[in-house]
Each structure stands twice: as C-alpha cells, then as structure tokens.
Design a protein around this ligand. Structure first.
Ligand SMILES: NC(=O)c1ccc[n+]([C@@H]2O[C@H](COP(=O)([O-])OP(=O)(O)OC[C@H]3O[C@@H](n4cnc5c(N)ncnc54)[C@H](O)[C@@H]3O)[C@@H](O)[C@H]2O)c1
Length: 331
C-alpha cells in the first residue's frame, strides 16, 4: 500500500536507514525519530530535502514527543534500541531501560491513537539454542542473571511479550520480527554489532582479522536488503499480526570461513588471528555455537525468503566500506 506515513524509530541507524530508503522509494512518507546515540546523520542526509521525509532528533524515552509524533503517522516501525551484545555488556542498565521502556512508550502511544506497531527483536532471544534451525516457537534458554550479556535477550523478550500483550488484551495491531545478523552498507564501522563490519574495518586498516575462540561457531548472515524486505512484508500482512517472524538467511557459515572470504577480498593481504573470548568481552562471556533460522513461518505467511547470496552481499558491503573509508576509519 503506497502513500502511508510511517514513524521509523532508530531510522538513522543501520537497518533503519536502509528501511527508510526503501519506504520512500515505495512512495511512502517517513518521520524518523533517533537520538543519534549510535545512528548517523550521514545515513539519512540524502533525504533531508525530500518533502516526504522528516527527521526528529529525540528519544523514545521522551513520552510527550513520542505521543506527538504518533498522532501524525499511520503506523510505526520501532527499531530504536541499544543494540548488540557489546554495547549492552558495556552499559546493561541503559540497554534495558531504552529497550524496554522505549518499547512500552511506543506501544502505549500507539494504543492511544490506534496505530499499528512493528517491533524489532533479535535472534539473541533464543539464547543457547536447543534445536537448530531455530523456529519461532522453540524454547528460549538463557544463561544466569550474573552474566550481563543475557540482559539484551531478556530486554528483547520482554519487548515481544509487551507487543503480544497489547495485541491480545488491547487488540492493538502488532507484529514482531527477529533479525538474524543483518549486514550491508552502513554497518556500524566500530563493528560493535557485527563481525562483518569488524573484519572489513580491520582489513581496511591493515590489521589482522580477530576471530573470537576457535572460529568454528557458525552464524547466518542476512543482507540488509533482505532484512528490509522481510520487515515491510511483516508490516503489510494482516495475518502476521500477533506473531513473531524469523527474518534471516538460512545459509550458515563458520566465522573462520567468513574471515577467509574477507581476506580473499583483500587479495590475501591480511592475517587472521584467534583470540580468547575473555580478551574480547571480559570474564564470564558466553557465546552461542550455532544460530540459524527456520524461516518456514516467514515463507508461508509473509512470502519471505532471503535472496542475496553471502558472496554477493559481502562484495557489495566491502565496496561500500572502501568508498566511505575516509569517513569511517580515522587516519
Ligand atoms: N543489525 C542486526 O543484525 C540486528 C539483529 C537483531 C536485532 N536487531 C534489532 O534491529 C533494530 C535496529 O538495529 P540496527 O542494527 O540498525 O542498530 P543501530 O544501532 O544501527 O540502530 C539503532 C538506532 O537506535 C537509535 N537509538 C538508540 N537509543 C535511542 C533512543 N533512546 N531514542 C531514539 N533512538 C535511539 C540509535 O541512535 C540507532 O540509530 C534494533 O532494535 C536491534 O535490536 C538488529
């Protein structure tokens, strides 16, 4: 449906700004709310002169602002969050407050004006996977509360429960998407949230690619164009309301393989180094060995399947990093 007005929270961030590009291209109007704690003006600057686009610098924790913006839009893509294990391990309190209170604020305001909400969750909610591939109804197995890493998963699980409770008890149209390692242009160059960004940045700086642990752990990487397509399909499909969807690529690769491909893309001119988890994240860190999505539900209900092969997406991502090298990597 073209011609809708969407609020995109976190729209100056990595996935959010790619979503904004596609929404505007599809004929929609977009208001972005982002506090720029991580998001960048450069991700959205090319839209500032577009009358269908508006940027508001502010926080999802600012209730009057959220209510005011909500009243003027048709629906909300809620992506604003403290994202990724590293940021959350650094400041678990801020992570939980932004992720949980921010989502509650969005849902409350949406209820007041009867607006549909899409909440973004994470494959992290599966914790220590029991079955792989991971299906939306699989059990969540998390580590102890003494390990801050798990607070990110807990905050996202609470977001999902809130979205479903508003849906079931208040009849608010809500839908949840669980992303599996999105990558592509505009990845955070600090590499906090993404091993792909980290490897490319290291390669561009002539540093060794640092693999945590023995590198045999696997992940499924999803090109951001696919992530955006799945997200918009979830918003546009009425049958999706009240459900969570895995939005990811089914193909798995080991972190060693990934490092090898990045090294090849730089003509083998970089070293690969293995470092213990403890050195990267401090004591008590726990990683998960495999994390691959079962996308049957997304395929059946949303008609979604990831299309961009990793080799192709990686090439496009490396090209983008090379083109933006001067902005991304301090001399
Ligand atoms: N990228 C992934 O692979 C991935 C995986 C799983 C889940 N997710 C989820 O997808 C969403 C987007 O992630 P991303 O990768 O684009 O991360 P990102 O950090 O690039 O984007 C998050 C954005 O939220 C903004 N933000 C943070 N706190 C805010 C606040 N209080 N008010 C307003 N804006 C605020 C940040 O400035 C940033 O622009 C997040 O909810 C994240 O948890 C992403």
């Amino acid at each position: 449906m073209a011609g809708q007005h969407f609020l995109v929270t976190g729209g100056a961030g990595f996935v959010g700004s790619n979503l904004v590009d596609t929404l505007l291209k599809s004929g929609h109007r977009v208001t972005v709310l982002d506090d720029l704690s991580v998001g960048k003006m450069r991700n959205i600057a090319h839209h500032l002169a577009n009358p269908s686009f508006r940027f508001i610098k502010g926080s999802v924790l600012d209730v009057p602002l959220v209510e005011r913006l909500m009243s003027g839009v048709d629906a909300v893509y809620h992506l604003a969050a403290v994202v990724g294990v590293k940021y959350v391990v650094d400041d678990p309190l801020r992570g939980m407050l932004v992720n949980v209170n921010g989502t509650e604020n969005i849902l409350k305001a949406a209820l007041k004006y009867q607006r549909k909400v899409l909440v973004t969750s994470s494959s992290e909610v599966f914790g220590r996977p029991v079955n792989v591939p991971l299906s939306e109804n699989d059990a969540t197995v998390l580590g102890p509360t003494s390990v801050p890493r798990w607070s990110y998963a807990v905050s996202k699980l609470l977001d999902e429960h809130l979205a479903f409770a508003y849906n079931k008890q208040q009849q608010l149209p809500t839908v949840v998407v669980r992303y599996f390692n999105a990558y592509g242009p505009r990845l955070d160059p600090l590499g906090y949230g993404s091993v792909i960004a980290k490897f490319i940045t290291q390669a561009l700086s002539g540093k060794p690619l640092t693999v945590h642990g023995d590198g045999s752990q696997t992940r499924s990487f999803t090109f951001v164009g696919d992530t955006v397509r799945g997200t918009m399909a979830a918003m546009d499909t009425p049958e999706a309301e009240g459900l969570a969807f895995n939005i990811g690529n089914r193909r798995e690769c080991t972190i060693n393989q990934l490092a090898g491909w990045v090294r090849d893309a730089f003509d083998g001119a970089v070293e690969i180094e293995h470092i213990p988890y403890e050195q990267a994240y401090g004591k008590n860190f726990e990683d998960t060995k495999r994390r691959c999505p079962d996308i049957s539900r997304a395929r059946e209900v949303l008609g979604f399947e990831a299309q961009v092969p990793l080799e192709d997406g990686l090439r496009r991502t490396i090209l983008w990093f090379k083109e933006h090298r001067d902005e991304l990597i301090p001399a």
